[in-house]
Design a protein around this ligand. Sequence first.
Ligand SMILES: [Zn+2]
Length: 148
Amino acid sequence: MENSNWFEEASRRIKDVLLLLGEKQAKKYKIDMLLRMVHHMDRFSKNGCKECENLKENLNDLILLLENQNEMDPKQYKATFKLVVKHFVKKHGLVEEGTYLSLGMAYGLIFGAALSSFYYMAIPLGMLFGLVIGLWMDDKMKKQGRVV
Ligand SMILES: [Zn+2]
């Protein structure tokens, strides 16, 4: 397949698959995330990332799995997703959607609990604060195009 056409080809196939799947199925298989992955991968491989170039094959396989639904193996599907996300996070500094939200909530709870003997509202306030910061950070990452 021509290198420069991979992105268009892959996204066209995903959009066709989207028409086949119901909304529920599309959510289950994270089709919107798959589209973003194709987009990122195209960008990174054009910038010379060999691993992304190789991972394109894995995404092609995923799309093929979606196209032949009766042969779908959810385990294989998830494994490929994980593999690609891991590479994006490690090599390209991307974050998974909601990463900062869960981090913020966790830290909010920890700090809140630490301060709860001084102030009885510390836990809910800490979590609220964590929620706000987390959402803000996630939004910032999204705007920078750094969400997987
Ligand atoms: Zn890469």
